[in-house]
Design a protein around this ligand. Structure first.
Ligand code: NAD
Length: 395
């Protein structure tokens, strides 16, 4: 057992046998997470001839954690992610009732994972609702800790909502609330620091990966100080910290209003490469772009703090209770998230082997039912058979 450690600049020192905490997840997590581990173990073994290996360490969250410890997100789990820095998780049931609103949000906020990273690309053979899915090749940097997602809101009719309105009205002179008695209120904090660290990460990613542009997507025409601030702080940061790269033409920094972006991303997706955006916009954009390349079952994601090096890779879909236990769930979201994890660790050879195996399988029409049934001559494989086939293709 050995730990990944982090240099002062946030880069990783990865031993040959790093311990990686893994949350199996609820519902289909029990099927997709072992499938992912099988494929990753095979790729690492083939890529490094047995010299490297992942030491998976199961940690608890969600339903299994609640059954065993009485808590949905035990402190030991948070501590393991802090100690080992890089982890991966299956989907978690959102607890119903009071307490934690969402385990995913609690993990992101608790570990200050300020980037939600979502690469979106098309795999040949996968059916898409658009004519040229191959033109969709983007990486979304969604701010993960601020915006209306901060969870600062008060329900209509409560004393807190009334008190908040009273402050707005009496102290701040706000007279624009149309129906104050029946209004709920939410607060949208967007800071210079929070915007800058997200946009800086996006620009560095573009430069490190030879990508041509970063687009700041915002709604600053309406929300002038929050979303507008995001845009202007972004441009100022780009000019201050990346002037040479911009002037030499290595990188373009541009912006687009969110509604126009949703249209443009459908009509001319090739104009966009790296996207930096706020939390709520990023939520909508991630799902729309994922749909353009084949949908929820193959959309990977990660939550990262590039300063501490802490990163949590995850299946982006939910627990899919309607198909759990039927051996039909598509494990590609978590497998592709593991590919991102291997790349983040610098284990590019293993990552490439997995990507190539998936490309080969999809181009032959061999996939789980959600994808195969839409492919001409598609052949549906169960979750286990698909994982075995992908592992076997890795030579
Ligand atoms: P869901 O993503 O679980 O399912 C939506 C639909 O997509 C279902 O029909 C499901 O069968 C299908 N689907 C999802 N993943 C699939 C896959 N890999 N292969 C094939 N089909 C797939 O969303 P939901 O039903 O709204 O949520 C169920 C539970 O998951 C809720 O408790 C919700 O809070 C939770 N959730 C968790 C996460 C997460 O942990 N990241 C994300 C979203 C929802």
């Amino acid at each position: 057992m050995s730990k990944i450690t982090i240099r002062q600049d946030g880069s990783l020192i990865v031993p040959d046998c790093p311990t990686i905490p893994v949350v199996t997840g609820d519902g289909v997590g029990a099927e997709i997470t072992p499938a992912m581990q099988q494929v990753v173990d095979r790729a690492v073994s083939v890529a490094y001839g047995g010299k490297r290996q992942i030491d998976w360490m199961e940690v608890l969250a969600g339903g299994k954690a609640f059954e065993q410890t009485g808590k949905s997100l035990p402190e030991e789990t948070m501590e393991a992610f802090r100690t080992y820095h890089v982890g991966i998780k299956g989907p978690l049931t959102t607890p119903v009732g009071g307490g934690i609103r969402s385990l995913n949000v609690a993990l992101r906020q608790g570990l200050d994972l300020y980037v939600c990273l979502r690469p979106v690309r098309w795999f040949k053979g996968v059916c898409s609702p658009v004519k040229h899915p191959e033109a969709v090749d983007m990486v979304i940097f969604r701010e993960n800790t601020e915006d209306i997602y901060a969870g600062i809101e008060w329900q209509a009719g409560t004393p807190e909502a009334a008190q908040f309105y009273q402050f707005l009205h009496d102290t701040m002179g706000v007279t624009k609330v149309r129906f104050p008695e029946t209004s709920s209120f939410g607060v949208k904090p967007v800071s210079k620091e929070g915007s800058e660290r997200l946009i800086r990460s996006a620009i560095r990613y573009a430069l490190d990966n030879g990508l041509p542009s970063v687009t700041l997507v915002h709604k600053g025409n309406i929300m002038k100080f929050t979303e507008g601030g995001f845009k202007s702080w972004g441009y100022e940061l780009a000019q201050r910290e990346f002037k040479d790269e911009i002037e030499s033409g290595r990188l373009t920094v541009k912006d687009c209003i969110a509604d126009a972006f949703l249209q443009n991303a459908l009509i001319r997706p090739a104009d966009y490469s790296v996207i930096a955006t706020l939390n709520l916009n990023g939520d909508y954009i991630s799902d729309m772009l994922a749909a353009q390349v084949g949908g929820i079952g193959i959309a990977p994601g990660a939550n990262i703090n590039y300063a501490t090096g802490n990163a949590l890779f995850e299946a982006t879909h939910g627990t899919a209770p309607d198909i759990a236990g039927k051996d039909i769930v598509n494990p590609c979201s978590i497998i592709l998230s593991a590919v991102m994890m291997l790349q983040y660790m610098g284990w590019h050879e293993a990552a490439t082997l997995i990507t190539q195996a998936l490309e080969a399988s999809f181009s032959e029409g061999r996939a789980t039912a959600d994808l195969a049934r839409l492919m001409p001559d598609g052949i549906s494989l169960g979750t286990k058979a698909f994982a075995e086939e992908i592992a076997a293709r890795i030579q």
